[in-house]
Design a protein around this ligand. Sequence first.
Ligand code: GLV
Ligand code: MN
Ligand code: MN
Ligand code: MN
Length: 394
Amino acid sequence: MSGLDAIAGIGADRRRGGYSRHVFDDAERHLREWFVEQAESRGLEVETDANTNLWAWWGKPGEDAVVTGSHLDSVPGGGAFDGPLGVVCALEAVDLLRERGFQPSRPLAVVVFAEEEGGRFGVPCLGSRLMTGTIDADRARRLRDTDGISLAEAMGSFGADPARIGRDEGALRRIGHFVELHVEQGKGLVDLNRPVAVADSILGHGRWRFRFRGQGNHAGATLIDDRKDPMLPAAELVVAARRAAAATADGRATVGRLVPNPGGTNVIASAVDLYLDARAPRGARAMVEDLAEQAMELASQEGCSVEVVEESFGDTVHFDAALRDRLCEVLDDVPSLPTGAGHDAGVLAAEKPTAMLFVRNPTGISHAPEEHATVEDCEEGSHALARVLTDLAG
Ligand code: GLV
Ligand code: MN
Ligand code: MN
Ligand code: MN
Protein backbone atom coordinates (compact mmCIF):
# COMPACT_ATOMS: atom_id res chain seq x y z
CA MET A 1 0.00 0.00 0.00
CA SER A 2 2.95 2.31 0.51
CA GLY A 3 3.61 1.84 -3.21
CA LEU A 4 0.10 2.96 -4.09
CA ASP A 5 0.30 5.76 -1.50
CA ALA A 6 3.54 7.00 -3.04
CA ILE A 7 1.82 7.61 -6.39
CA ALA A 8 -1.55 8.69 -4.97
CA GLY A 9 -0.89 12.35 -5.75
CA ILE A 10 0.23 11.76 -9.34
CA GLY A 11 -2.39 12.48 -11.99
CA ALA A 12 -5.26 13.06 -9.53
CA ASP A 13 -8.03 14.66 -11.61
CA ARG A 14 -9.81 17.34 -9.60
CA ARG A 15 -12.41 18.00 -12.26
CA ARG A 16 -13.47 14.43 -13.03
CA GLY A 17 -12.48 12.79 -9.75
CA GLY A 18 -10.14 9.80 -9.73
CA TYR A 19 -7.02 9.73 -11.89
CA SER A 20 -6.21 10.82 -15.43
CA ARG A 21 -2.81 9.45 -16.40
CA HIS A 22 -2.18 9.34 -20.12
CA VAL A 23 0.84 8.18 -22.04
CA PHE A 24 3.68 10.76 -22.13
CA ASP A 25 1.72 13.40 -20.18
CA ASP A 26 3.22 14.91 -17.01
CA ALA A 27 1.50 12.43 -14.71
CA GLU A 28 2.61 9.43 -16.73
CA ARG A 29 6.19 10.71 -16.90
CA HIS A 30 6.19 11.08 -13.12
CA LEU A 31 4.89 7.53 -12.78
CA ARG A 32 7.67 6.29 -15.03
CA GLU A 33 10.22 8.16 -12.90
CA TRP A 34 8.71 6.66 -9.75
CA PHE A 35 8.95 3.18 -11.28
CA VAL A 36 12.58 3.66 -12.31
CA GLU A 37 13.47 4.85 -8.79
CA GLN A 38 11.67 1.91 -7.22
CA ALA A 39 13.36 -0.56 -9.53
CA GLU A 40 16.82 0.93 -9.17
CA SER A 41 16.51 1.12 -5.39
CA ARG A 42 16.05 -2.67 -5.55
CA GLY A 43 19.10 -3.05 -7.76
CA LEU A 44 16.98 -3.93 -10.82
CA GLU A 45 18.32 -2.91 -14.20
CA VAL A 46 15.83 -0.68 -16.07
CA GLU A 47 15.36 -0.48 -19.83
CA THR A 48 12.81 1.25 -22.05
CA ASP A 49 12.06 -0.79 -25.15
CA ALA A 50 11.48 0.57 -28.66
CA ASN A 51 7.74 0.78 -27.98
CA THR A 52 8.29 2.74 -24.73
CA ASN A 53 7.39 -0.15 -22.42
CA LEU A 54 9.52 -0.17 -19.26
CA TRP A 55 11.40 -3.25 -18.07
CA ALA A 56 13.13 -3.82 -14.73
CA TRP A 57 15.39 -6.87 -14.60
CA TRP A 58 16.38 -8.96 -11.64
CA GLY A 59 19.73 -10.22 -12.81
CA LYS A 60 20.94 -10.00 -16.37
CA PRO A 61 18.28 -9.37 -19.00
CA GLY A 62 17.89 -12.55 -20.99
CA GLU A 63 15.65 -14.85 -22.98
CA ASP A 64 12.87 -17.05 -21.66
CA ALA A 65 12.32 -14.84 -18.62
CA VAL A 66 9.44 -14.92 -16.19
CA VAL A 67 7.82 -11.53 -16.67
CA THR A 68 5.22 -9.88 -14.48
CA GLY A 69 3.75 -6.38 -14.35
CA SER A 70 0.91 -4.31 -15.71
CA HIS A 71 0.42 -0.63 -16.61
CA LEU A 72 0.47 2.79 -14.95
CA ASP A 73 -1.77 4.80 -17.28
CA SER A 74 -5.48 5.19 -16.58
CA VAL A 75 -8.78 5.93 -18.24
CA PRO A 76 -9.99 9.53 -17.78
CA GLY A 77 -11.14 9.76 -14.17
CA GLY A 78 -10.09 6.18 -13.40
CA GLY A 79 -9.46 4.37 -10.14
CA ALA A 80 -6.22 3.98 -8.21
CA PHE A 81 -5.82 0.23 -8.74
CA ASP A 82 -6.42 -0.60 -12.43
CA GLY A 83 -2.83 -1.03 -13.61
CA PRO A 84 -0.77 0.28 -10.69
CA LEU A 85 -1.81 -2.62 -8.44
CA GLY A 86 -0.11 -5.08 -10.80
CA VAL A 87 3.07 -3.02 -10.86
CA VAL A 88 3.20 -2.45 -7.11
CA CYS A 89 2.48 -6.12 -6.35
CA ALA A 90 5.17 -7.17 -8.84
CA LEU A 91 7.74 -5.06 -6.96
CA GLU A 92 6.39 -6.38 -3.67
CA ALA A 93 6.70 -9.96 -4.94
CA VAL A 94 10.33 -9.31 -5.86
CA ASP A 95 10.92 -8.05 -2.29
CA LEU A 96 9.26 -11.15 -0.83
CA LEU A 97 11.37 -13.49 -2.95
CA ARG A 98 14.54 -11.64 -2.00
CA GLU A 99 13.66 -11.74 1.71
CA ARG A 100 13.33 -15.49 1.36
CA GLY A 101 16.71 -15.73 -0.32
CA PHE A 102 15.18 -17.01 -3.57
CA GLN A 103 17.58 -17.33 -6.49
CA PRO A 104 15.71 -17.37 -9.80
CA SER A 105 16.93 -20.00 -12.24
CA ARG A 106 15.56 -17.92 -15.14
CA PRO A 107 15.74 -14.15 -15.69
CA LEU A 108 12.88 -12.31 -13.98
CA ALA A 109 11.49 -8.96 -15.06
CA VAL A 110 8.83 -6.46 -14.05
CA VAL A 111 7.25 -4.73 -17.04
CA VAL A 112 5.14 -1.58 -17.35
CA PHE A 113 3.21 -1.49 -20.61
CA ALA A 114 2.53 1.87 -22.27
CA GLU A 115 -0.95 3.25 -23.08
CA GLU A 116 -2.89 0.18 -21.92
CA GLU A 117 -6.16 2.07 -21.71
CA GLY A 118 -5.82 3.81 -25.05
CA GLY A 119 -6.85 6.92 -23.12
CA ARG A 120 -4.80 9.24 -25.26
CA PHE A 121 -4.47 7.68 -28.72
CA GLY A 122 -7.62 5.54 -28.74
CA VAL A 123 -6.10 2.09 -29.21
CA PRO A 124 -5.98 0.05 -25.99
CA CYS A 125 -2.93 -2.06 -25.12
CA LEU A 126 -0.89 0.00 -27.55
CA GLY A 127 2.47 -0.95 -26.00
CA SER A 128 1.82 -4.68 -26.19
CA ARG A 129 0.08 -4.45 -29.57
CA LEU A 130 3.10 -2.67 -31.00
CA MET A 131 5.52 -5.14 -29.42
CA THR A 132 3.64 -8.07 -30.96
CA GLY A 133 2.93 -6.28 -34.25
CA THR A 134 -0.82 -6.59 -33.65
CA ILE A 135 -1.13 -2.98 -34.81
CA ASP A 136 0.60 -1.73 -37.92
CA ALA A 137 3.43 0.63 -36.96
CA ASP A 138 2.60 3.16 -39.71
CA ARG A 139 -0.99 3.30 -38.59
CA ALA A 140 0.13 3.71 -34.97
CA ARG A 141 2.49 6.58 -35.81
CA ARG A 142 -0.46 8.43 -37.37
CA LEU A 143 -2.85 7.97 -34.40
CA ARG A 144 -3.85 11.37 -33.01
CA ASP A 145 -4.95 12.54 -29.59
CA THR A 146 -7.80 15.02 -29.04
CA ASP A 147 -5.38 17.94 -29.47
CA GLY A 148 -4.37 16.64 -32.90
CA ILE A 149 -0.90 15.53 -31.74
CA SER A 150 0.20 12.33 -33.47
CA LEU A 151 1.77 9.41 -31.66
CA ALA A 152 4.93 10.04 -33.67
CA GLU A 153 5.05 13.67 -32.50
CA ALA A 154 4.27 12.75 -28.88
CA MET A 155 7.01 10.12 -28.92
CA GLY A 156 9.44 12.65 -30.36
CA SER A 157 8.71 15.14 -27.56
CA PHE A 158 9.08 12.33 -25.03
CA GLY A 159 12.54 11.55 -26.40
CA ALA A 160 11.68 8.23 -28.07
CA ASP A 161 12.22 7.43 -31.73
CA PRO A 162 8.91 6.76 -33.54
CA ALA A 163 10.81 5.11 -36.39
CA ARG A 164 11.68 2.21 -34.07
CA ILE A 165 8.17 1.20 -33.02
CA GLY A 166 6.71 -2.10 -34.13
CA ARG A 167 7.11 -5.81 -33.59
CA ASP A 168 10.03 -6.36 -31.26
CA GLU A 169 11.44 -9.87 -31.73
CA GLY A 170 14.14 -9.29 -29.12
CA ALA A 171 11.66 -8.29 -26.41
CA LEU A 172 9.37 -11.17 -27.34
CA ARG A 173 12.18 -13.72 -27.12
CA ARG A 174 12.82 -12.52 -23.60
CA ILE A 175 9.32 -13.40 -22.46
CA GLY A 176 9.09 -17.04 -21.42
CA HIS A 177 5.95 -16.61 -19.30
CA PHE A 178 3.92 -13.50 -18.59
CA VAL A 179 1.78 -13.16 -15.46
CA GLU A 180 -0.26 -10.00 -14.87
CA LEU A 181 -1.88 -9.28 -11.52
CA HIS A 182 -4.88 -6.96 -11.71
CA VAL A 183 -7.68 -5.66 -9.54
CA GLU A 184 -10.86 -7.47 -10.49
CA GLN A 185 -13.21 -5.22 -12.43
CA GLY A 186 -16.44 -6.96 -11.51
CA LYS A 187 -17.95 -8.81 -8.59
CA GLY A 188 -16.82 -12.39 -9.29
CA LEU A 189 -14.60 -12.66 -6.23
CA VAL A 190 -17.07 -10.83 -4.00
CA ASP A 191 -19.73 -13.36 -4.98
CA LEU A 192 -17.33 -16.24 -4.31
CA ASN A 193 -16.12 -14.65 -1.06
CA ARG A 194 -12.50 -15.23 -2.10
CA PRO A 195 -9.59 -12.76 -2.26
CA VAL A 196 -7.75 -14.01 -5.36
CA ALA A 197 -8.57 -15.76 -8.63
CA VAL A 198 -6.81 -16.85 -11.80
CA ALA A 199 -8.15 -15.54 -15.13
CA ASP A 200 -9.89 -17.86 -17.49
CA SER A 201 -10.79 -15.72 -20.51
CA ILE A 202 -11.24 -12.17 -21.81
CA LEU A 203 -14.29 -11.13 -23.81
CA GLY A 204 -13.73 -10.28 -27.45
CA HIS A 205 -13.86 -6.51 -27.75
CA GLY A 206 -13.27 -3.57 -29.98
CA ARG A 207 -13.71 0.16 -30.44
CA TRP A 208 -15.39 1.96 -33.28
CA ARG A 209 -15.77 5.63 -34.19
CA PHE A 210 -19.00 6.72 -35.84
CA ARG A 211 -18.70 10.18 -37.41
CA PHE A 212 -22.10 11.69 -38.16
CA ARG A 213 -22.02 14.74 -40.41
CA GLY A 214 -24.86 17.25 -40.86
CA GLN A 215 -25.17 21.00 -41.25
CA GLY A 216 -24.00 23.29 -38.47
CA ASN A 217 -26.59 26.00 -37.92
CA HIS A 218 -28.33 28.40 -35.54
CA ALA A 219 -30.29 26.84 -32.65
CA GLY A 220 -32.98 29.52 -32.74
CA ALA A 221 -33.26 30.53 -36.39
CA THR A 222 -33.33 27.06 -37.95
CA LEU A 223 -36.82 25.54 -38.21
CA ILE A 224 -37.07 21.98 -36.93
CA ASP A 225 -37.99 20.68 -40.39
CA ASP A 226 -34.97 22.39 -41.93
CA ARG A 227 -32.36 20.76 -39.70
CA LYS A 228 -29.66 18.28 -40.49
CA ASP A 229 -28.65 17.69 -36.90
CA PRO A 230 -26.09 14.87 -36.50
CA MET A 231 -26.88 14.67 -32.78
CA LEU A 232 -30.22 13.04 -33.63
CA PRO A 233 -28.91 9.85 -35.30
CA ALA A 234 -26.09 9.75 -32.74
CA ALA A 235 -28.59 9.80 -29.87
CA GLU A 236 -30.70 7.13 -31.49
CA LEU A 237 -27.63 5.00 -32.05
CA VAL A 238 -26.83 5.14 -28.32
CA VAL A 239 -30.20 3.53 -27.66
CA ALA A 240 -29.80 1.07 -30.53
CA ALA A 241 -26.41 -0.02 -29.14
CA ARG A 242 -27.92 -0.81 -25.75
CA ARG A 243 -30.64 -2.86 -27.42
CA ALA A 244 -28.16 -4.69 -29.65
CA ALA A 245 -26.01 -5.64 -26.65
CA ALA A 246 -29.05 -6.86 -24.73
CA ALA A 247 -29.93 -9.06 -27.70
CA THR A 248 -26.39 -10.54 -28.00
CA ALA A 249 -25.39 -13.43 -25.71
CA ASP A 250 -23.23 -11.91 -22.94
CA GLY A 251 -22.89 -8.79 -25.09
CA ARG A 252 -21.95 -5.29 -23.95
CA ALA A 253 -22.06 -1.99 -25.80
CA THR A 254 -21.03 1.36 -24.39
CA VAL A 255 -20.96 4.87 -25.74
CA GLY A 256 -18.68 6.53 -23.21
CA ARG A 257 -17.67 9.43 -25.41
CA LEU A 258 -19.82 11.60 -27.65
CA VAL A 259 -18.14 14.65 -29.12
CA PRO A 260 -20.18 17.30 -30.96
CA ASN A 261 -18.32 19.70 -33.18
CA PRO A 262 -18.12 22.61 -32.56
CA GLY A 263 -19.93 21.99 -29.27
CA GLY A 264 -21.96 25.11 -28.45
CA THR A 265 -25.26 25.15 -26.55
CA ASN A 266 -26.91 27.37 -29.18
CA VAL A 267 -25.28 25.66 -32.14
CA ILE A 268 -26.65 22.73 -34.13
CA ALA A 269 -23.55 20.57 -34.46
CA SER A 270 -22.02 20.14 -37.89
CA ALA A 271 -20.60 16.75 -36.86
CA VAL A 272 -20.76 14.35 -33.94
CA ASP A 273 -18.19 11.68 -33.17
CA LEU A 274 -19.64 8.75 -31.28
CA TYR A 275 -17.18 6.24 -29.79
CA LEU A 276 -18.57 2.76 -29.34
CA ASP A 277 -16.97 0.05 -27.19
CA ALA A 278 -18.56 -3.33 -27.97
CA ARG A 279 -17.78 -6.70 -26.41
CA ALA A 280 -19.11 -10.25 -26.62
CA PRO A 281 -17.75 -13.79 -26.45
CA ARG A 282 -18.72 -14.16 -30.10
CA GLY A 283 -20.28 -11.72 -32.50
CA ALA A 284 -19.09 -8.31 -31.26
CA ARG A 285 -18.16 -7.42 -34.83
CA ALA A 286 -21.45 -8.69 -36.21
CA MET A 287 -23.28 -6.61 -33.62
CA VAL A 288 -21.42 -3.50 -34.76
CA GLU A 289 -21.92 -4.26 -38.47
CA ASP A 290 -25.64 -4.30 -37.76
CA LEU A 291 -25.38 -1.03 -35.81
CA ALA A 292 -23.47 0.53 -38.70
CA GLU A 293 -26.40 -0.27 -41.01
CA GLN A 294 -28.83 1.22 -38.54
CA ALA A 295 -26.62 4.31 -38.25
CA MET A 296 -26.77 4.81 -42.02
CA GLU A 297 -30.53 4.63 -41.98
CA LEU A 298 -30.82 6.95 -38.96
CA ALA A 299 -28.40 9.43 -40.52
CA SER A 300 -30.20 9.56 -43.85
CA GLN A 301 -33.56 10.16 -42.11
CA GLU A 302 -32.03 13.40 -40.78
CA GLY A 303 -30.29 14.35 -44.03
CA CYS A 304 -26.93 13.46 -42.47
CA SER A 305 -24.15 11.05 -43.39
CA VAL A 306 -22.12 8.66 -41.28
CA GLU A 307 -18.68 7.10 -41.57
CA VAL A 308 -17.67 4.15 -39.38
CA VAL A 309 -14.06 3.31 -38.52
CA GLU A 310 -12.91 0.29 -36.52
CA GLU A 311 -10.20 1.61 -34.21
CA SER A 312 -9.26 -1.67 -32.58
CA PHE A 313 -10.43 -5.23 -32.23
CA GLY A 314 -9.39 -8.37 -30.39
CA ASP A 315 -11.09 -11.78 -30.37
CA THR A 316 -12.05 -13.57 -27.19
CA VAL A 317 -8.93 -14.79 -25.39
CA HIS A 318 -8.75 -18.12 -23.58
CA PHE A 319 -5.68 -18.16 -21.39
CA ASP A 320 -3.24 -21.07 -21.66
CA ALA A 321 -5.13 -23.87 -19.90
CA ALA A 322 -2.03 -25.71 -18.67
CA LEU A 323 -0.58 -22.55 -17.13
CA ARG A 324 -3.94 -21.60 -15.62
CA ASP A 325 -4.26 -25.04 -14.02
CA ARG A 326 -0.67 -24.85 -12.77
CA LEU A 327 -1.41 -21.51 -11.08
CA CYS A 328 -4.64 -22.81 -9.54
CA GLU A 329 -2.71 -25.73 -8.11
CA VAL A 330 0.21 -23.64 -6.83
CA LEU A 331 -2.34 -21.35 -5.17
CA ASP A 332 -4.24 -24.14 -3.45
CA ASP A 333 -7.24 -24.29 -5.73
CA VAL A 334 -8.07 -20.63 -6.15
CA PRO A 335 -11.06 -20.18 -8.47
CA SER A 336 -10.71 -19.16 -12.11
CA LEU A 337 -12.87 -16.38 -13.54
CA PRO A 338 -13.62 -14.85 -16.93
CA THR A 339 -13.41 -11.09 -17.38
CA GLY A 340 -15.00 -8.50 -19.62
CA ALA A 341 -12.01 -6.18 -19.27
CA GLY A 342 -9.10 -6.03 -21.70
CA HIS A 343 -5.45 -6.45 -20.67
CA ASP A 344 -1.96 -6.57 -22.18
CA ALA A 345 -1.93 -10.17 -20.99
CA GLY A 346 -4.72 -10.80 -23.50
CA VAL A 347 -2.57 -9.46 -26.33
CA LEU A 348 0.48 -11.47 -25.28
CA ALA A 349 -1.60 -14.63 -24.85
CA ALA A 350 -1.64 -15.05 -28.63
CA GLU A 351 2.12 -15.75 -28.57
CA LYS A 352 3.22 -16.67 -25.07
CA PRO A 353 2.05 -18.78 -22.14
CA THR A 354 0.25 -16.05 -20.24
CA ALA A 355 -1.79 -15.92 -17.06
CA MET A 356 -3.51 -13.41 -14.84
CA LEU A 357 -4.29 -13.10 -11.15
CA PHE A 358 -7.25 -11.05 -9.97
CA VAL A 359 -7.55 -9.39 -6.58
CA ARG A 360 -11.03 -8.90 -5.12
CA ASN A 361 -12.64 -5.50 -5.62
CA PRO A 362 -15.22 -5.01 -2.86
CA THR A 363 -17.16 -2.38 -4.79
CA GLY A 364 -17.12 -4.36 -8.04
CA ILE A 365 -16.66 -0.94 -9.71
CA SER A 366 -13.79 -0.10 -12.04
CA HIS A 367 -12.82 2.69 -14.45
CA ALA A 368 -14.24 4.99 -11.78
CA PRO A 369 -12.93 6.43 -8.52
CA GLU A 370 -14.91 3.88 -6.44
CA GLU A 371 -12.65 1.03 -7.64
CA HIS A 372 -11.10 -0.55 -4.54
CA ALA A 373 -9.08 -3.38 -3.01
CA THR A 374 -8.39 -3.85 0.71
CA VAL A 375 -4.88 -3.93 2.16
CA GLU A 376 -5.43 -7.54 3.21
CA ASP A 377 -6.47 -8.63 -0.28
CA CYS A 378 -3.58 -6.78 -1.90
CA GLU A 379 -1.28 -8.64 0.45
CA GLU A 380 -2.93 -11.93 -0.53
CA GLY A 381 -2.42 -10.95 -4.16
CA SER A 382 1.26 -10.12 -3.86
CA HIS A 383 1.91 -13.30 -1.87
CA ALA A 384 0.06 -15.31 -4.52
CA LEU A 385 2.16 -13.64 -7.22
CA ALA A 386 5.34 -14.42 -5.28
CA ARG A 387 4.33 -18.10 -5.13
CA VAL A 388 3.65 -18.16 -8.84
CA LEU A 389 7.01 -16.53 -9.63
CA THR A 390 8.75 -18.98 -7.31
CA ASP A 391 7.10 -21.86 -9.14
CA LEU A 392 7.88 -20.54 -12.63
CA ALA A 393 11.39 -19.25 -11.98
CA GLY A 394 12.47 -21.77 -9.35
C1 GLV B 1 -9.44 -1.86 -20.19
O1 GLV B 1 -9.47 -1.86 -18.96
C2 GLV B 1 -10.62 -2.15 -20.93
O2 GLV B 1 -11.14 -3.27 -20.79
O3 GLV B 1 -11.11 -1.28 -21.62
MN1 MN C 1 -8.71 -0.44 -17.43
MN1 MN D 1 -5.88 -2.46 -16.51
MN1 MN E 1 -26.43 35.22 -32.37
